[in-house]
Design a protein around this ligand. Structure first.
Ligand code: SF4
Ligand code: SF4
Length: 371
């Protein structure tokens, strides 16, 4: 049974989460973009702002609506909270007898309550779960962060020009992976419960049941976001893209896109499913130990394909081909899913505006325009 959370109750929600020991993070404006930061009061939310996004373009604009979530997405998803840009994995220290002792360094911070994750962000988290939680090895650090994260998702009422989650079937409405999911309507939110933790929380707030009219308005909001999308991934992001890509490894389009691509790696940094990383070693000043850390890497760096004295992907063409054939193609072989959830971030934050749906349209021959 969905509930209704009035705008005035946002601070009650924050207080309830704090009382349970959570550090609340929510969307706020920082340096011209909406990112997740400590949220202590509803006034910090980006009220009345809209994000204009195009390939290689992101600007915040005042919107006619005075809503808190009238924007599509910012450069972050959930990834930086679960798979951190840099995180120490273990340390080694020499003891008084001269022996080296190795110790795992698991995270020790407060549990986090994230407010404002989008449907595509949840879908990306579930893709990362496949990579880092299931299979032969579990990533202990990712598992720790995952276990200590509560998610209050917000269904999209607006899409950006770069969103294409309808074609990837990952949005704009969250269907799983959340504790609570909100849909903003006039004066507040329709709230859906996704877990026992979410249920306990909403009962503690004494929210009223959502009226039939509120539910209809919420459904129209999500439909509005879906209708706004003008872009799509060819073949609806299906496994068919794998064979199309692998049968076109010598397509002339690779050379064309490589002429534009700067190999900067922005696309992989903002992509909520990318997981490539390298390991670093930082010795102590006394040289009696060191900290071993994991740091994000990108298939666009030269070093990422360095194997035994040789850079395997030594041209931008090879690196772009690796990014697209893995993300949309061989990811299916490894994880039985696509690596793309249609968030559009790699298009927005690419400094030269390369659009992967356009690249896929050129290679597949199927349009990337949503009818
Ligand atoms: S490939 Fe691009 S559109 Fe797809 S999930 Fe990654 S950032 Fe989003
Ligand atoms: S596709 Fe764009 S964001 Fe990605 S490496 Fe090339 S220039 Fe950078």
């Amino acid at each position: 049974m969905p509930y209704f959370l009035a705008y005035e109750q946002i601070n009650e929600l924050l207080a309830a989460l704090s009382a349970l020991g959570y550090r609340c993070l929510g969307p706020q404006v920082r340096e011209g973009a909406i990112i997740f930061d400590d949220l202590k009061d509803a006034d910090q939310l980006p009220w009345g702002l809209r994000d204009a996004q195009k390939p290689g373009y992101y600007r915040l604009e005042k919107s006619e609506e005075t809503e808190a979530f009238a924007w599509a997405n910012g450069p972050q998803a959930i990834k930086p909270l679960l798979f951190k840009p840099k995180e120490s994995l273990w340390r080694v220290q020499k003891n008084a007898e001269g022996k080296y002792l190795f110790q795992e360094t698991l995270p020790e911070h407060q549990p986090i309550a994230l407010i404002g994750a989008r449907a595509c962000d949840l879908a990306a988290m579930q893709v990362q779960d496949k990579t880092l939680l299931t299979g032969q090895y579990t990533d202990a650090h990712y598992a720790w962060h995952r276990q200590h994260l509560l998610i209050v998702a917000v269904n999209c009422s607006y899409s950006s020009q770069n969103c294409f989650c309808v074609s990837t079937q990952t949005g704009p409405k969250a269907t799983s992976g959340y504790d609570l999911a909100l849909t903003e309507i006039e004066d507040g939110f329709v709230v859906e419960i996704g877990s026992e933790k979410g249920e306990a929380l909403i009962h503690a707030l004494a929210c009223e049941s959502a009226t039939k009219k509120a539910l209809e308005k919420a459904a129209l909001r999500t439909q509005h976001a879906a209708n706004m999308q003008s872009k799509r991934m060819p073949k609806n992001n299906s496994r068919a893209l794998r064979d199309i890509l692998m049968n076109n490894l010598n397509h002339p389009r690779w050379e064309e896109v490589a002429e534009r691509c700067l190999s900067c790696g922005n696309c992989t940094s903002v992509c909520p499913t990318c997981f490539c990383h390298h390991q670093t070693e930082t010795p102590t000043a006394q040289n009696d130990g060191s900290v071993h850390a994991r740091e994000w890497d990108s298939c666009f760096t030269q070093g990422h394909s360095y194997i035994h004295g040789q850079v395997i992907r030594d041209t931008t063409e090879k690196r772009y081909k690796q990014w697209l054939t893995h993300k949309l193609g061989t990811w299916w072989d490894q994880f039985d899913t696509s690596g793309c959830v249609g968030c559009g971030r790699c298009i927005t934050w690419c400094p030269v505006g390369i659009d992967l749906t356009e690249e896929m349209a050129a290679i597949s021959g199927e349009s990337n325009e949503k009818k």
